[in-house]
Design a protein around this ligand. Structure first.
Ligand code: IPD
Ligand code: CA
Ligand code: CA
Length: 276
């Protein structure tokens, strides 16, 4: 199935916005009021009533408007059958660890994949009241004003962000070496703790680039659209085509894509050899 026309894309974008704002309201409501925090399996992979109730609110909006569409939501898994290539990818609370510590850097991420490609994306950060929206061919906005990636052209002058997946204690491919090396080469590497906001910040030019492994489609779907529509570039680490199923992403303002790609391919794994 080809891309829908602009009018239809606008409708998807508006429904994604309604859903993200609904989820954001739930995150505000539970802020500082969590009685329990559960672990989902891996150490540090947390879930709370805020994740679950935000997901209920987001699903309610999407299913009311598009009952036939398939949905992949972090806490519910895959819902519904394949329908004309549409699949919503939803993270009801990206940045759960931050949220449980009352570190205000979390968001709701609502993306729409069409034939596996991110086509519509909304990231809403209720703690800074920032609404990031984008759709293929329609551009990208922050709080309804057009946004664009930064103009930084040298890695040495860039500010980057990355993250570490919950399997980091089990695999030598844990991103530790990449983090050290890029910290060495740039003005800094942040660890935001919410991949959807990391991508949104690249899209609005606060950060020049983002890379990470071990991510899920719900972390990536919305933010990838934002970066692409804000004039940035999203690829695999080796600059091959971005594949959402790989869990790996390299997203920059475009100018430093090549240099960051080369750095990521050069670095040798640090493994666990530095541990006592
Ligand atoms: C996590 C965040 C984090 C990233 C992890 C994700 P969650 O999502 O996006 O920045 O490094 O890999 O799993 O668990 O807070 O939704
Ligand atoms: Ca997430
Ligand atoms: Ca989440």
């Amino acid at each position: 199935m080809g891309l829908p026309n602009k009018e239809v894309l606008h409708r998807y974008l508006d429904v994604a916005t309604e859903a993200a704002l609904a989820g954001g309201g739930i995150l505000e409501g539970y802020w500082g009021k969590l009685d329990t925090v559960e672990e989902k399996g891996r150490a540090g992979d947390l879930v709370t009533i805020a994740d679950r109730q935000s997901e209920v609110a987001v699903l309610d909006v999407i299913q009311r408007h598009f009952p036939e569409h398939q949905i992949l939501a972090e806490e519910s898994g895959l819902i519904g059958q394949e329908h004309q290539g549409f699949c919503w990818a939803i993270d009801p609370l990206d940045g759960t660890t931050n949220y449980t510590h009352q570190y205000p850097f979390s968001a709701v991420s609502v993306g729409l994949l069409i034939d596996g490609f991110p086509a519509v994306g909304v990231v809403y950060d209720p703690f800074h009241r920032e609404l990031f929206r984008g759709a293929i061919g329609l551009g990208a906005t922050r709080n309804r004003q057009p946004m664009a990636v930064s103009q930084t052209r040298e890695l040495e002058k860039s500010l980057l962000v990355t993250g570490f997946a919950y399997d980091r204690r089990e695999t030598e491919d844990n991103n530790y070496a990449e983090f050290c090396y890029l910290t060495h080469l740039t003005q800094g590497v942040r660890r935001g703790g919410a991949a959807a906001i990391d991508l949104a910040y690249v899209a609005c030019g606060r950060l020049d680039g983002f890379w990470e492994r071990g991510l899920s489609p719900w972390d990536l779907a919305a933010g990838v659209v934002l970066v692409q529509e804000a004039g940035g570039e999203v690829t695999a680490y080796d600059r091959g085509p971005f594949d959402i199923a790989s869990g790996r992403v390299l997203a920059t303002n475009g100018h430093i894509q090549d240099a960051l790609s080369q750095a990521l391919l050069q670095v040798k794994p640090l493994g666990f050899s530095f541990l006592p």
